[in-house]
Write a protein that binds this ligand. Sequence first.
Ligand SMILES: Nc1ncnc2c1ncn2[C@@H]1O[C@H](COP(=O)(O)OP(=O)(O)OP(=O)(O)O)[C@@H](O)[C@H]1O
Length: 278
Amino acid sequence: MATQDNERALITTEVQTESTDRSDRPDETVLEARTLDVYYGEDQALTDVSIEIPEHKVTAIIGPSGCGKSTFLRSINRMNDQIDACRVDGELSFHGKNVYDDDVDPVALRRKIGQVFQKPNPFPKSIYDNVAYGLRVQGELDEGGMDDAVEEALRGAALWDEVEGKLDSSGLDLSGGQQQRLCIARAIATDPEVILMDEPTSALDPVAASKIEDLIDELVEEYTVVIVTHNMQQAARISDRTAVFLTGGSLVEEDDTATIFEDPRDDRVEDYITGKFG
Ligand SMILES: Nc1ncnc2c1ncn2[C@@H]1O[C@H](COP(=O)(O)OP(=O)(O)OP(=O)(O)O)[C@@H](O)[C@H]1O
């Protein structure tokens, strides 16, 4: 028992500092899954998942490999549509509207619910064009407006100071951490409400990862962030809410991050966060 407490203490010591405490914000639900099941062919990847995700907070999705974290993330903005074998039952609503209704345009949905992936994936284009890409598709801005919007997105992603003056250079010439911030700039350029992040720091060195964590803390002032992470210390550091998925694709517990790490209700969650499995 003492060992277990010590192990847990390693994690709980890093649960949010006061400067990142957003607990006084009202919990407006922006996304809600209700009895969500997701299948790949005959195999079920998510089972009866119900969760409400509050606005302007960071929600971390944690759990062992293969428990359906990425599948859940992709089901929020219908990225799973691109997988032929994938089938979704149940409801996933964004501001109360089921995103799987026939009248929802997935492209418009993804503009509102952007995504950042594990491996930075800038386009083989200039820094400027990476950020301008989505805005050009929207086609609403003249040249001056585009310049301003690109600068704003790069500032929002804490990259402007490092790339000002070399916006014509290739996005691929940036460091890994800078590339990931460029991808975040690309995601926020189209003015989304939600940013989904699938292990956004796992391919980065600790310094670059720490910059992204600081950035997430700033982004949540304007956006709602849902982040999948294998790194429990990271979840404890940066998230307000934590949802724990376990094998079989079930959401076993979801609560304030401090409660999940300090006083979980479910023994399996306790075992998972103290490193007994996963
Ligand atoms: N494109 C796909 N086609 C078929 N099965 C898939 C596909 N993507 C995921 N799966 C299966 O769905 C289950 C959940 O996978 P998913 O990638 O969502 O889990 P995860 O928790 O994100 O895993 P990890 O932590 O290893 O990234 C796994 O059994 C996986 O093999």
